[in-house]
Ligand binder design. Structure first.
Ligand SMILES: [Zn+2]
Length: 107
C-alpha cells in the first residue's frame, strides 16, 4: 500500500501551503484593496450624472479638479500652469491630473 508515500506527499503540500501563507495573505490584502477601489468606482458611476451636473454649477472663480470630483466627490483646487502652446492649462495637486485646452477656434 502506498499510503505512507501519499501521506509524505500530503506533508509536502502542507509545507508548501504553510510557507506560502504570508504571500497569500499579502495577495489577499491587495485584492481587498482592489475590491474596495472597484466598489468606490462603481458607486461613483452610479451617481456620475448627478456629480457632473453639480460640477457645472460650481463657481468659475476657483477651478476644481473634475477627476477628483467625479471619482471621490472631493473639491480639489486646480493650479494654473504655464503652457505657451495652450490657451489654458491646469494641474491638480491631489491626483496630479493635468488639463490642457486649446483656444476654441483651434479645437
Ligand atoms: Zn484631482
Amino acid at each position: 500500500m502506498a499510503k505512507g508515500h501519499l501521506w509524505a506527499e500530503a506533508d509536502k503540500y502542507a509545507d508548501d501551503l504553510k510557507s506560502n501563507r504570508g504571500t497569500l495573505r499579502d495577495e489577499l490584502a491587495e485584492l481587498e484593496k482592489l475590491k474596495s477601489k472597484v466598489r468606490a468606482l462603481i458607486a461613483a458611476a452610479d451617481i456620475a450624472d448627478d456629480r457632473s451636473e453639480e460640477y457645472g454649477h460650481f463657481p468659475d472663480t476657483k477651478p476644481l479638479c473634475p477627476r477628483c470630483w467625479m471619482h471621490y466627490g472631493e473639491k480639489q483646487p486646480l493650479r494654473q500652469i504655464d503652457d505657451p502652446t495652450h490657451w489654458a492649462a491646469y494641474r491638480c495637486k491631489e491626483c496630479k491630473q493635468t488639463y490642457r485646452f486649446l483656444p476654441k477656434e483651434a479645437s
